[in-house]
Design a protein. Structure first.
Length: 147
């Protein structure tokens, strides 16, 4: 009986891990396929989407995130990093346990996007993210749409 329960527990754990890995792989594949724009950025209730209207984002498989400002005279994109990681050691089947990490080490508006975002939902053309601040409890929403 103990062996059967242990076997079932291991199978459930492996199934949860594979579901998490499947979501992680899907989100990574979707992100690296094309150029993205910020279609919505709500910073603690304030709509700041317009701040990113001229930026185009390319998520590279290497973990590099390039942000190109179409209005900038500088042809070099801003380089940042990105990843999709597991934020919860329980490894259950909860999409919110995946973090969509964005990091820009710059002193401009792109720094507002730097965070470990929780994933609300994703499709082939849209990724919806949320971040609840630990300090002041503010909530930010970021929606990326494939161009």
């Amino acid at each position: 009986m103990k062996t059967t329960l242990l076997s079932l527990s291991l199978l459930a754990l492996l199934g949860a891990c594979s579901k998490w890995q499947s979501n992680q792989k899907q989100i990574t594949n979707i992100s690296t396929d094309g150029t993205w724009v910020v279609s919505s950025y709500i910073d603690d209730g304030d709509d700041e989407t317009a701040d990113f209207a001229t930026f185009r984002f390319d998520f590279l498989e290497s973990g590099v995130l390039n942000a190109t400002d179409l209005l900038s005279s500088n042809s070099n994109p801003y380089a940042g990093s990105w990843s999709v990681t597991d934020s919860n050691s329980n490894d259950d089947d909860n999409l919110a346990d995946l973090d969509f990490n964005i990091n820009f080490n710059v002193s401009n508006k792109l720094d507002d996007l730097s965070d470990d975002w929780d994933i609300i939902s994703y499709t082939e053309t849209e990724i919806k993210l949320i971040d609840v601040s630990g300090g002041n409890g503010g909530t930010d929403y970021l929606t990326l749409t494939k161009q």
